[in-house]
Design a protein around this ligand. Structure first.
Ligand code: ATP
Length: 237
């Protein structure tokens, strides 16, 4: 985990992305300390996903400067990608409807195995589910409980909040320093949105830096304003 008193996890100056003949975002200045949550807010097409993917080392900015976890981007994108994990981002790393929760976990665990031992046991999958569930149980301290994940359930049968939770669970398997959660308010039910934000707060309290996006931030429990940075993105078109 990064040191909260250390240099910012994300430092951007004048960060700009031009693509497809348009300005997706421009002039973004940011300092995000370790163990805080950045909330990128903006309407549809404001460039939220593109900005998050840029901060995660998955898209190349066309202007400005960007350092993430002390690594300059885009030069050190591969190093950044190892330490910044994406929860499910539609169109980028979508979950497979035909796989179960435990199959997804097994698959992700294999990715983190040494190349010469690319297999995992049922016990390892169960241990991982337990570890993650204990992290999610911390959300109970915020008066809400993240939904338990049933190992044998197919992704196609998951409720939206369960699906988002699975995306977060998979991202945490690699023990990243930074977690990216796009479109938190794609959850239709306000109760789900509140639970999702509370879970992210609980994760932030473990020392993780969270980079999230939404179009409406009214469900965020702002009473614990410490450790949150709000960035408003305007649609540049
Ligand atoms: N590489 C690219 N080439 C062309 N256009 C792009 C590229 N990346 C993003 N865009 C465009 O920039 C705009 C912003 O996209 P983005 O998905 O980042 O916005 P968003 O705020 O996340 O939107 P939404 O809330 O609808 O998901 C969109 O119109 C998208 O088509």
């Amino acid at each position: 985990m990064s040191d909260p008193a250390g240099p910012p996890v994300v430092r951007a100056q004048g960060l700009t992305l031009e693509a497809g003949g348009r300005t997706v975002f421009s002039g973004v200045d940011l300092d995000v300390p370790a163990g805080t949550t950045l909330v990128v807010r903006g309407q549809a097409s404001a460039g939220k996903t593109s900005l998050l993917l840029t901060l995660a080392g998955r898209m190349k900015p066309t202007g400005g400067s960007l350092t993430v976890l002390g690594e300059r981007l885009p030069e050190k994108a591969a190093r950044v990608r190892r330490r910044v994990a994406l929860a499910e981002v539609r169109g980028v790393n979508e979950l497979e409807d035909a796989l179960t929760v435990e199959q997804h976990i097994a698959e992700r665990l294999v990715l983190h195995r040494p190349w010469h031992r690319p297999w995992v046991s049922g016990d390892q999958v169960a241990q991982q589910l337990e570890r993650v569930q204990s992290v999610l149980d911390r959300t109970a301290r915020h008066g809400v409980q993240a939904p338990p994940l049933r190992p044998r359930e197919f992704v196609s049968d998951l409720q939206p909040l369960e699906r988002m939770t699975l995306g977060v669970v998979l991202a945490l398997i690699g023990r990243p320093d930074v977690l990216v959660v796009d479109d938190v308010d794609s959850l239709r039910r306000s109760e789900d949105r509140r639970r999702a934000w509370s879970s992210l707060t609980a994760l932030q309290e473990t020392g993780l830096t969270v980079l999230a996006s939404c179009s409406d931030s009214s469900d965020i429990p702002w009473h614990s304003a410490d450790g949150r940075i709000l960035l408003d993105l305007q649609d540049e078109q």
